[in-house]
Ligand binder design. Structure first.
Ligand code: ATP
Length: 233
């Protein structure tokens, strides 16, 4: 579904991705783990065309999107819930969701809202609440809900559990499973490697802009190097 082949990404002279190859197949949850600064966010954002890869090829459903504009990529069925949530704090929950569906017509907008409210009853209850007054976990749900408004086939999630309490983290991972079960493929960047590998079909380990290991989530969970470096064992 999504394929990165030998992708190199730079910020000016700084190289952030150094020959990354990753595949995400339809129906999977694939996770990308790695230390701070390994290049995880850069990888997700390179898929979104911001920044563009300097070399290498990215294809989505067989189409080359390496040089496509971000808005074209978003229209092709990819949605992203960015690191730090970035909800519009002064807008209500519902207004935030409508921003996510900005290119939908009225019918699609209502369908999107119905779908998101079904998945997140809490957001429906709080539809008229200002987003900035929601808890961290609720804001995360809103960020995911907003991404789902375009009814994507591939959802990119950047650190959805960062800074959240354990109970909420468990809820977010349950939601990620539900989203996948509803037919959305998930590419998940996580610092919480333990939980991410438990939920993921497959995982990639990124170090200094390179993929150093990839395997099933179950195999990576018991891998001695992964345990030592990322699972605190
Ligand atoms: P974290 O878990 O801390 O978010 P990460 O694995 O997501 O880290 P990136 O944010 O992708 O890592 O950063 C990879 C490298 O690229 C780092 O060295 C970072 O300093 C650099 N970098 C990221 N964004 C920029 C930018 N806008 N300009 C210059 N360098 C950047």
């Amino acid at each position: 579904m999504l394929k990165l082949d030998n992708v190199h990404t730079y910020y000016g002279a700084i190289q952030a991705l150094n020959g990354v190859s990753v595949e995400v197949n339809k129906g999977e949850i694939v996770t990308l783990i790695g230390a701070n600064g390994a290049g995880k966010t850069t990888l997700l954002m390179t898929v979104c065309g911001n920044p563009h890869a300097r070399s290498g090829v990215i294809t989505f459903e067989g189409r080359d999107i390496t040089r496509a504009d971000t808005h074209q990529i978003m229209r092709s069925g990819i949605a992203v819930s960015p690191e730090g949530r970035r909800v519009f704090k002064d807008l209500t929950v519902e207004e935030n969701l409508m921003m996510g569906g900005f290119f939908a017509n009225r019918v699609q907008m209502q369908q999107g809202l119905g779908h998101v409210y079904e998945l997140f009853p809490r957001l429906k209850e709080r539809a008229q609440q200002r987003a900035g007054t929601m808890s961290g976990g609720e804001q995360q749900m809103l960020a995911i809900g907003r991404a789902l408004m375009t009814r994507p086939s591939l959802l990119l999630l950047d650190e959805p559990t960062l800074g959240l309490a354990p109970l909420i983290i468990a809820q977010i991972f349950d939601i990620i499973r539900t989203i996948r079960d509803q037919g959305v493929t998930v590419f998940l960047v996580e610092q919480n490697a333990n939980k991410a590998l438990q939920v993921a079909d497959r995982g990639y380990v990124l170090e200094n802009g390179r993929v150093v290991m990839h395997d099933t989530g179950a195999n990576l969970l018991v891998n001695a190097d992964v345990r030592k470096a990322y699972l605190g064992a």
